[in-house]
Design a protein around this ligand. Structure first.
Ligand code: GDP
Ligand code: IMO
Ligand code: MG
Length: 470
């Protein structure tokens, strides 16, 4: 049984009473057990909003991948929160928030995030647990991230750069696989071991990065391991109370029947194995990553909720088959406020790519979809969605493995009548114009997964559960 009361809690930041559409929980998490929320596109689908909508029914909210490259925005009343490393469940006073072993943690970044939340009245203490096995993002990872992007740009040009967030995510995961240059969060509690690790890693990093910087005509100041050691020990003093074996914590919680919500960061098409490689992030972003990234056994998740924005946005490099760049794209970017939560970069805009979404939903094993961004489409005469890919005249039956192919695919579009009226004030799915509901039905039909809710804006009360007969 869940320890979290079923009654709405109104003492949260932003104080707004929990105005969720009736039946949201029952529609989104029909099993009543553990669930996950994952993005089915290129990120920024609105995962934060969905986690927030159901978080008070869970005892634990757990991140299993990525780092502070993620930016999840949550709107509560007139307050907006941007979460990067800390699960969005932190805004629910009764949930324990877990940063799993599969996450990479920038100590400076997480401390700034904690301070920002505390300054706004959000309690962060016993309710935040960080895995001792999570890897530490160190200053040289950010330098390496920047220099590698510059090197790529220099050798292969704009189209081949990944356009990373610059947070050191890729180099940190690379060191995890490399092992000898890695540092884990638990190591911060062992000063002697930490110093030896930093000295060893710095001796390699300083040589490699100095050579790369010289090649690029960039300035480079070698890293001083003793100085870094001192800084990290200061940060460790503040982080120590949060560090523990989070895998053991979650396994025990699940044995006791507590409910766990897994919060995906980044999104399926950015998955390092299954996304549009090499234009991806460096972790398993899909539900496939939950077991390794949180240290929980297979079969731990009953409801897999895939979040789909009713159009496409992509930030950074890489192909997006349905991308277009005209007045309509500018309009969608503006109305959808499509500027990065983490970096502020304008996002590239495209029509909904159902070929990509169906692939992502199958990969994740989605049991339900939530469609966000429906209101952004208001006023368009015609709405388009890609339902076919052709490459060199041939219809593709599977999502292409190669980014080169994806740059070249010609999407075939289905067209749907648009809706003139603004729908952001709608509070019941049944009150949406028929054209909007038809578009939602088409998504469910094509992807072969039921749509459980639609969002007509980012606020809590703008999530509308879709009745079973929807
Ligand atoms: P996340 O990273 O998946 O949590 O999503 P972000 O919060 O980073 O980005 C969501 C983006 O979608 C923002 O730019 C929103 O302005 C835009 N957006 C458009 N319509 C909606 C909607 O109905 N709900 C939400 N949550 N975001 C929307
Ligand atoms: P959320 O959780 C959108 C993109 C970056 C870049 C690529 C690799 O908010 O949906 P990285 O810094 O991870 O090495 O960058 O991945 N990217 C995201 N784009 N939303 C995200 O997260 C992203 N996380 C990474 O823009 O193209
Ligand atoms: Mg985001």
């Amino acid at each position: 049984m869940s320890m979290v009361p079923d009654v709405a809690d109104s003492s949260r930041p932003g104080d707004a009473p929990r105005e969720r559409g009736a039946g949201a929980w029952e529609r989104l998490v029909p099993s009543g057990r553990n669930a996950c929320v994952v993005g089915l596109q290129f990120g920024d689908e609105g995962k934060g909003q969905i986690v927030d909508a159901i978080t008070d029914r869970f005892d634990y909210v757990t991140r299993f991948n990525g780092g502070n490259n993620a930016g999840h925005s949550v709107r509560i009343g007139d307050q907006k929160f941007a979460l990067h490393l800390i699960p969005s469940g932190i805004l629910n006073p009764s949930a324990i928030n877990v940063i799993g072993n599969g996450v990479v943690v920038d100590p400076e970044g997480i401390l700034a995030e904690i301070d920002g939340l505390v300054s706004r009245g959000v309690a962060v203490g016993e309710n935040l647990k960080i895995s001792t096995r999570a890897h530490v993002v160190l200053p040289w990872h950010k330098t390496q991230d920047r220099l590698m992007e510059l090197a790529l740009h220099k050798s292969r040009g704009e189209q081949d750069t990944i356009g990373t967030t610059g947070r050191g995510i890729g180099p940190c995961y690379a060191d995890k696989a490399q092992r000898s240059t890695a540092v884990r969060m638990g190591d911060l509690l062992h000063p002697d071991l930490l110093l030896r690790q930093l000295q060893g890693a710095a001796s390699v990093k300083n040589v490699m990065l100095a050579a790369l910087a010289a090649h690029l005509d960039e300035p480079f100041e070698p890293f001083e391991p003793r100085q870094l050691h001192e800084t990290l020990l200061g940060q460790a003093r503040r982080l120590a109370p949060h560090l523990c074996d989070t895998s053991a914590l979650l396994r025990q919680a699940m044995r006791e029947g507590r409910r766990v919500l897994f919060e995906g960061a980044n999104a399926a098409l950015l998955d390092v194995d299954h996304g549009t490689f090499p234009f991806v992030t460096s972790s398993n972003t899909t539900a496939l990553g939950i077991h390794a990234g949180a240290g929980v056994p297979g079969g731990s998740v009953s409801d897999v909720l895939g979040v789909v924005k009713c159009y496409t946005s992509r930030v950074g490099g890489g192909p997006s088959a349905t991308q277009f760049d005209d007045e309509t794209a500018n309009h969608l970017r503006k109305v959808g406020n499509e500027f990065g939560t983490t970096t502020g970069r304008p996002r590239r805009i495209g029509w909904l790519d159902l070929m990509a979404v169906r692939y992502a939903a199958q990969l994740n094993g989605c049991t339900g979809l939530v469609c966000t961004g429906l209101a952004v489409l208001s006023g368009l005469k015609t709405i388009r969605a890609a339902t076919e890919y052709r490459l060199a005249g041939k219809v593709l039956t599977e999502f292409p493995y190669s980014a080169d192919d994806l740059w070249r695919v010609e999407p075939g579009y289905a067209e749907f009548p648009g809706f003139e009226e603004s729908i952001s004030d709608c509070r019941r799915y049944e009150d949406l114009p028929e054209a909007a509901r038809r578009f939602v039905r088409e998504i469910a039909r094509f992807v072969e997964v039921p749509v459980r809710a639609v969002c007509v804006g980012p606020a809590r009360e703008q999530m509308l559960p879709v009745p079973a007969a929807g």
